[in-house]
Design a protein. Structure first.
Length: 361
């Protein structure tokens, strides 16, 4: 794979790369490139996470040495799973299985837990140096990386330490690339700014789109907000199980949730079904997508790209129910092998069922 091919692979299905020139430069000039995704073990893996999971795979395939970082301490700070660290660690374990099920070569992935680095003096020195280089208002604004508003800093002081820890994670692991959903943008931009002040390596930030809640949300209520904050407010959430699709959901549950999802005719923006088609089914690739319809309703439609699907939907040539039926069918094909792999491990499956009952936010 040449540099242009690696770049195209990494770029597809992303919102932004900060910066693309820097990414090209390290592909041209550096042999051992290290990247990571940090995730809060906070519940069952859902469709929204599949977006970054597929990008994680692309980075591995592009030759990047990827770290899967289980941010267990961060989940504890953020009150996930009731702050029960045993449940948090259990939630972390199934993520590697999901990545393996979608085809990630896990022999080329290093799994790191927060416990592996928070015991180091050098780590906490970095936390303090980052704190001394950052204003309180900047840290408060970064609280959206926790899925919280800036005014929630008053809940307890540990919330303000979280963004500092996330930036310190990047520096302590000596990363070239930080991968995350768009909701992580403020932490990554803080890391880039602080790196220049403190002489650390400036990470390249790769941001993937966030999947909206199945119920849909009017954007009128978010006027004046930054795009990453809006995405964070409207994204699919584990704490609202009927508004999200999980990798352990049955075929019937997937069909039920898709049928009841918000899907306005002719509208593409803020349409969760179209977002699933774009980011989970097509993923920036060309593929056959067949909408089955009876002859009296115009017969079946075949499309081979998301752009083609979007144009037909905008024109009203595809009914929302027909779109939902096809998206549900495609999702079942994607989720079933993941679910089967998890279910084959009886101990892991029991852990996941316990976690499912314990999700708090």
């Amino acid at each position: 794979m040449n540099v242009d091919e690696r770049l195209e692979l990494v770029k597809r299905n992303t919102v932004e790369i900060v910066t693309e020139d820097e990414l090209r430069n390290i592909f041209l000039n550096k042999k051992d490139i290290r990247g990571y995704i940090g995730f809060e073990p906070s519940g069952i893996f859902h469709l929204g996470w599949l977006i970054w999971a597929y990008k994680f795979k692309d980075l591995v395939d592009a030759g990047v040495e990827m770290i899967l970082y289980a941010a267990t301490w961060h989940a504890w700070i953020n009150d996930k799973l009731g702050g029960n660290m045993d449940l948090i660690r259990a939630a972390a374990r199934h993520v590697a299985y999901v990545l393996s099920a979608i085809g990630v070569n896990m022999s080329r992935v290093r799994i790191v837990y927060a416990e592996d680095i928070v015991s180091r003096v050098s780590y906490w020195e970095k936390v303090l140096r980052i704190a001394k280089s950052s204003s309180l208002s900047r840290i408060k604004r970064a609280l959206t990386i926790l899925g919280r508003r800036a005014d929630e800093a008053e809940l307890d002081f540990s919330k303000l330490i979280y963004p500092l820890m996330q930036v310190a994670d990047i520096f302590e692991m000596d990363l070239d690339i930080a991968l995350g959903g768009l909701d992580q943008r403020k932490a990554h931009m803080l890391a880039r700014d602080v790196a220049e002040k403190l002489g650390f390596k400036k990470p390249i930030a790769i941001h993937t789109p966030l999947l909206p809640s199945l119920k849909g949300v009017s954007r009128m209520s978010f006027e004046g907000m930054e795009i990453d904050d809006i995405a964070a407010e409207t994204k699919m959430s584990k704490s609202k199980p009927e508004d999200a699709i999980f990798v352990i959901d049955s075929d019937e549950a997937i069909e039920r949730k898709i049928r009841s999802a918000y899907c306005p005719p002719r509208e593409v923006e803020n349409n969760p079904i179209m977002s699933i088609a774009k980011y989970i089914v097509f993923r920036g690739e060309k593929k056959r997508f067949v909408i089955d319809r009876k002859p009296e309703y115009g017969g079946s439609i075949e499309v081979y790209s998301y752009e083609e699907l979007e144009n037909l939907y905008r024109e009203g040539k595809i009914h929302p129910l027909d779109l939902k039926n096809t998206v549900a069918k495609e999702l079942i094909k994607i989720v079933k092998p993941i679910r089967d792999m998890l279910q084959a491990n009886k101990d892991l499956w029991e852990e996941l069922k316990d976690i499912e009952k314990s999700v708090t936010r």
